[in-house]
Write a protein that binds this ligand. Structure first.
Ligand code: BV8
Length: 250
């Protein structure tokens, strides 16, 4: 812990790779935890274009349930600490696999959303028809509650997230690779490091010379690769790192 605080105190460029685990202390289940099973359907089988083609209203029921749950929770001390740390560095990027928007809600400004954002929609038929969060709210306020919302063009509307088997947005992935390669320290927080290509980012950072730090209460496939492992919940580890950086260690 002290070693990481010392590294952070002298680093100019820091990046974070976050996963579902950073939102656990806000009250959201992880992807491979309780969230992973819903109405006896595995998340991996719901978050796919095939599932949407087969049964769009089932997939929308799942996302509406998740929106309701995500909309009811607040950022936790882990998100809030990252937001407070951002202005202390020349460059500080949060690369997240999460779609809950909690990093932005906590005040983080440089957030790269690898897998999209549940608060935006886009057209399933015409991928170019994409809508901002504000446009999504306006569209949904105006439309009568349909099981499957429709794009003004008539196509089915889908959540603006990346499903399994779909490529990530190339520019977003490029920005994430740039951010982790430029970092002196990469904090990998709350991810099981099994979903690619996100799970390849810590290796990319390491090859570029970054010190890779895993913050997770559990062992993951990354644990053996990380230079330093802080075995604990993000909501406790990150505030403690900040206190150590401020010389306010408990
Ligand atoms: C693609 C959005 C190709 C939707 C998600 C090899 C190479 C390339 C691809 C593959 C490959 N092998 C397999 C693939 C395909 C697949 C994949 O990786 N599958 C896995 C399951 C093996 N990848 C893809 O399909 C990707 N696309 O590769 O396209 C392509 C290229 C060209 C043309 C066509 C196709 C797309 C993947 C994106 C899928 N979308 N989410 C939605 O959310 O609804 S992924 C989903 O999993 C979530 O985003 C989630 O964040 C992500 C990863 O999970 P984690 O975040 O790590 O969460 P998890 O529950 O697993 O772990 C939580 C961790 O937190 C645990 O370790 C736990 O210990 C820890 N924790 C718990 N409490 C705390 C904590 N940590 C800290 N503090 C705590 N308190």
């Amino acid at each position: 812990m002290r070693e990481v605080a010392r590294l952070l105190s002298t680093a100019r460029n820091v990046s974070v790779l976050s996963g579902a685990g950073i939102s656990v202390e806000s009250g959201l289940p992880t992807f491979r935890g309780a969230e992973g099973l819903w109405r006896n359907v595995r998340a991996e089988d719901l978050a796919t274009p095939e599932a949407f083609e087969r049964d769009p209203s089932l997939v929308w029921d799942w996302y509406r349930m998740r929106r309701e749950r995500m909309g009811a929770v607040a950022p936790n001390p882990a998100h809030l600490t990252l937001a407070r740390l951002e202005p202390r560095f020349e460059a500080f990027s949060v690369v997240t696999q999460n779609i809950d928007g909690l990093h932005q809600k906590a005040g983080s400004r440089r957030v790269i959303e690898l897998h999209g954002n549940i608060w935006r929609v886009r057209c399933f038929t015409h991928p170019a028809h994409r809508f901002s969060e504000a446009e999504t709210r306006a569209l949904e306020a105006g439309a009568q509650a349909e099981k499957v919302p429709h794009c003004p063009c008539g196509g089915a509307m889908r959540p603006d997230v990346v499903w399994f088997g779909e490529p990530l947005d190339p520019e977003t992935l490029e920005a994430a690779i740039y951010a982790v390669r430029a970092a002196t320290v990469l904090l990998v927080v709350g991810t099981s490091a099994v979903v690619y290509p996100a799970a390849a980012l810590p290796g990319t950072a390491r090859e570029a010379g970054a010190v890779v730090v895993e913050i997770n209460p559990q062992e993951t496939p990354l644990s053996g690769e990380a230079h330093i492992v802080l075995r604990g919940p993000a909501g406790a580890v990150l505030p403690e790192l900040e206190r150590l950086m401020d010389g306010r260690a408990t």
